[in-house]
Design a protein around this ligand. Structure first.
Ligand code: FEO
Length: 184
């Protein structure tokens, strides 16, 4: 009968990067929680399109966590599940929610950049390469939040309930697209 390995073999995953990526798994799962919370809040306001958009965003954040999870496992490390902090549950307006979203994505971008810096300092070329997907993804994540915030700002200036209704219909068209690969 084949033996089962009980410990992580030495010399595979760099311990500093293993710890930092574990923090990132938690941060991505928090992102998923945050956007799921926004989805519920939008649903309660009657903006079903925004609710659907945020629900898909939450699914994509879980995919991000799983990409990090798979990378740690593939490198011989351990993904350790830690408590996920509770996100806010209400916002003052759609604009307030998307201000939270943009602020959060800017923070995630800085976390990804810090990971790249660490991977380069530790000469972990495989992880530097793996992280490039996230560097590009963050450009899109920030752009999405900024574009929607800009549209919401224009609508609030015009006091246009009809325009908000139209934007809600547009948000409803977002389709969930899983990442091309689930591993690094
Ligand atoms: Fe996983 Fe929204 O960044």
């Amino acid at each position: 009968m084949a033996s089962v390995r009980k410990t992580t073999p030495k010399g595979l995953m760099n311990p500093k990067l293993e710890a930092a990526i574990n923090e990132q798994i938690n941060a991505e799962l928090y992102s998923s929680y945050l956007y799921l919370s926004m989805s519920s809040w939008f649903d309660s306001t009657g903006l079903k399109g925004f609710a659907s958009w945020e629900r898909i965003q939450a699914m994509e954040e879980r995919d991000h966590a799983m990409k990090f999870f798979d990378h740690v496992c593939a490198r011989g490390g351990r993904a350790i599940m830690k408590a996920i902090p509770a996100p806010p549950s209400t916002w003052k307006s759609p604009q307030d929610a998307f201000e939270t979203q943009l602020e959060h994505e800017l923070k995630v971008t800085s976390l990804i950049n810090n990971l790249v810096d660490l991977a380069m300092a530790e000469k972990d070329h495989a992880t530097v390469n793996f992280l490039q997907w996230f560097v590009s993804e963050q450009v899109e994540e920030e752009e999405n939040a900024r574009n929607t915030l800009d549209q919401l700002s224009m609508i609030s200036q015009e006091k246009g309930v009809g325009l908000l209704y139209m934007l809600d219909k547009e948000m409803a068209t977002r389709v969930y697209t899983p990442p091309v690969t689930t591993t690094s």
